[in-house]
Write a protein that binds this ligand. Structure first.
Ligand code: NIG
Ligand code: FE
Length: 419
């Protein structure tokens, strides 16, 4: 494989340029920057030029000799998709609970009776690091096949240091071993473990005093996340944990207002979280505060779909000035999928987002939500050569065909990884 790749004849190159400094909001989210009959030159793992074929040829100079040529006639070129919220590293699956939910049991009832996150915690505690790594590699392969080149990964199925550590080390190894980039988040506060059921505050103390320092010391994660939800962690406990994480250099994220309104969006604004995720039940005040404080709304319409709940109001958030990103929430309980293309369909159909907004949300805004917008999420000179070629003649068709995977070719750091 050559160091140089020229993608040419693309019916559209969707660059999503111009938002690397600051996430796109409102009209910006609908402004994709499209080059008709475009070309992209990749060199040394980076984007070397983008424009019309003549422009790119002029910029290429002698570098085109021996280049790999990809003819993208009838296809579109996009930035590799970014998934900013997953529970990538876990053991087992929960189709038994799916059956129970189909008969009327709720997600929280199942969790309160010892299933749900607790069930996956038992399986993950029992699994070896090798097993978790092997499963993670397969899942990442599947992400790549759906055009996703960067994936955030949370711990949170240990709820004890030994297993949280195992998950974070596996995430780190996955990042090294797999073509996809993996960005780690510590989520020790994903559920109250049975051992601490009668005193959840003590579990928060344990995370703050014993786990956060080790996560920071070993550089195991960049973000600190919490499931702020009635019956899990209160806003007070969440605030304490996220503020403590900040002192260790970990940027806050929150699972906010997923099942019930609980002022999670407000808390995200208060602590200066990089993102608040879920937001199905976020209040108008919470949405306004997020917009004021530039907290990104990471929306997970697949989770709402799979939990048979009403989706977050993406339309209202965008209209209120919130920068919205999209994610699969890939996890064994509330969203067992890796399909960003399906999430993008659902964002249009269930949240009133336009195809343009959806692409911005799944690329540059998603990159912002994990602190990677300087590197990925748009097709701009100097950025990492992470590219998705989709087998559709225009970007609108990507949203119009639902439940389909139009991924044709995926390039990661200048290497063809799916073809
Ligand atoms: O984002 N809400 C909490 N955490 C995950 C679900 C995890 C699980 O059920 O295993 C979520 O929905
Ligand atoms: Fe989640």
């Amino acid at each position: 494989m050559s160091e140089t790749i020229l993608i040419k004849n693309a019916s559209q190159v969707v660059t999503v340029k111009g938002y690397s400094e600051k996430p796109a909001t409102r009209e910006e989210m609908a402004n994709l920057s499209i080059i008709e009959n475009g070309a992209v030159l990749l060199y040394g793992g980076k984007i070397a030029a983008v424009g019309t074929e003549e422009e790119v040829a002029a910029a290429a100079g002698g570098r085109l000799d021996g280049a790999d040529i990809i003819d993208a006639s009838g296809k579109i070129v996009l930035p590799g998709l970014v998934d900013p919220h997953t529970h990538l590293v876990h053991a087992g699956s929960r189709e038994d609970e799916f059956g129970m939910r189909l008969k009327g049991a709720t997600y929280m009832e199942i969790m309160e009776s010892g299933g749900g996150i607790h069930a996956t915690t038992s399986r993950t505690r029992a699994a070896s690091a090798e097993e978790l790594f092997f499963e993670g590699m397969k899942r990442l392969d599947s992400f790549l096949l759906h055009g996703v080149t960067t994936v955030e990964a949370k711990s949170g199925y240990g709820l004890d240091w030994e297993t949280e550590y195992k998950q974070l080390v596996v995430s780190k190894k996955l990042n090294e071993a797999h073509a996809a980039d993996v960005v780690s988040t510590f989520m020790g506060a994903h559920a109250v473990p049975a051992e601490f059921k009668s005193d959840p505050d003590r579990f928060i103390d344990l995370i703050i005093e014993e786990m956060l320092p080790k996560v920071a010391e070993e550089g195991l994660a960049e973000f600190n996340d919490v499931f702020c939800e009635r019956g899990v962690f209160t806003p007070e406990q969440s605030r304490r944990l996220l503020e403590a994480g900040k002192r260790f250099g970990l940027t806050p994220k929150i699972h906010a207002d997923e099942i019930e309104p609980y002022e999670g969006a407000e808390l995200a604004a208060e602590v200066g979280a990089i993102s608040a995720d879920h937001l199905l039940k976020a209040s108008q005040t919470g949405i306004e505060r997020m917009a004021e404080k530039s907290v990104i709304g990471v929306l997970l319409p697949g989770t709402a779909f799979f939990l048979m709940a009403e989706s977050a109001n993406g339309r209202k958030m965008i209209d209120s000035g919130v920068a919205v990103a999209l994610s699969t929430d890939c996890n064994p309980g509330s969203s067992p999928t890796v399909s960003m293309p399906l999430i993008m369909n659902l964002a249009c159909l269930k949240m009133g987002m336009s195809p343009e907004e959806v692409i911005t949300a799944a690329t540059i805004n998603a990159a912002h939500a994990i602190g990677r917008a300087g590197k990925v999420g748009s097709i701009e000179t100097g950025k990492q050569a992470d590219i998705l070629i989709a087998n559709v003649p225009n970007y609108k068709k990507l949203q119009y065909n639902y439940g389909m995977n139009h991924t044709d070719t995926v390039i990661k750091k200048g290497k063809i990884v799916v073809r």
